[in-house]
Every structure is written in C-alpha cells, then in structure tokens.
Design a protein. Structure first.
Length: 114
C-alpha cells in the first residue's frame, strides 16, 4: 500500500514530514495525508518521491513485491547497464529515462496479466 510504503521510507531515513515536504515541493499537511492514505500524490509528485527515495513508482504503487530468480536479475542488471550507457551517450536526462522505463514496465506487466 502506497501510504504505508511512504511512511516506512521516511522513517527508515529518520526524516521529518517537513523535510520531505520541502524536498518534493508540497505542504507538510499533504505529506501527512499521503502517509495516512487520506490523499494520493499526483503523478509528478509521485515521480519526485520515487526519485528522492531511489525506488520505482511501480514499487510505490504495487501491493506485492516479486522476487526475481538469479538469472533474471542478472539479465535485468545487464540490460539496465546497457540502456543507461546508451542514454548517457545520447544526452538523455536520468529522470526522462526513468519515466520511460516505468512506462515500458507497466505496459509489459499489463501484457503479461492479459
């Protein structure tokens, strides 16, 4: 659940609500509501939160976590390294690349679930 993950991520890092609110550009009250489940962050704020904590938006939004076997994890890491290098060589900003990867992963999961 999003609210629980947001609260856990902040507390794991010993951060205050006001610190997060300043970093992501919303009020302290908004962060509190995100963590209590009273309100959900919009897409742009969700991206800021994910980038700050170093997690994917998929991680924040999905209820379950899937563990990859070793071979899949290795292949994923190799693929990610190639994509990151290609993006760097092409001058694509990391945030733009992260948004594109999130989009592709969501589309892939939709196809797998269908």
């Amino acid at each position: 659940m999003l609210s629980k993950k947001l609260s856990e991520l902040r507390k794991e890092r010993n951060l205050k609500l006001r610190e997060i609110s300043t970093i992501i550009g919303v009020t302290q009250s908004a962060v509190s509501m995100y963590e209590s489940g009273e309100r959900r962050p919009d897409y742009n704020i969700l991206l800021k939160i994910a980038n700050f904590y170093g997690v994917s938006t998929d991680y924040l939004l999905r209820d379950e976590t899937k563990v990859l076997d070793e071979d899949k994890a290795k292949l994923l890491n190799e693929s990610y390294a190639r994509v990151m290098q290609r993006a760097k060589d092409s001058g694509i900003p990391p945030n733009d690349l992260n948004m594109a990867i999130d989009f592709i992963l969501r589309a892939k999961r939709r196809d797998e679930d269908a």
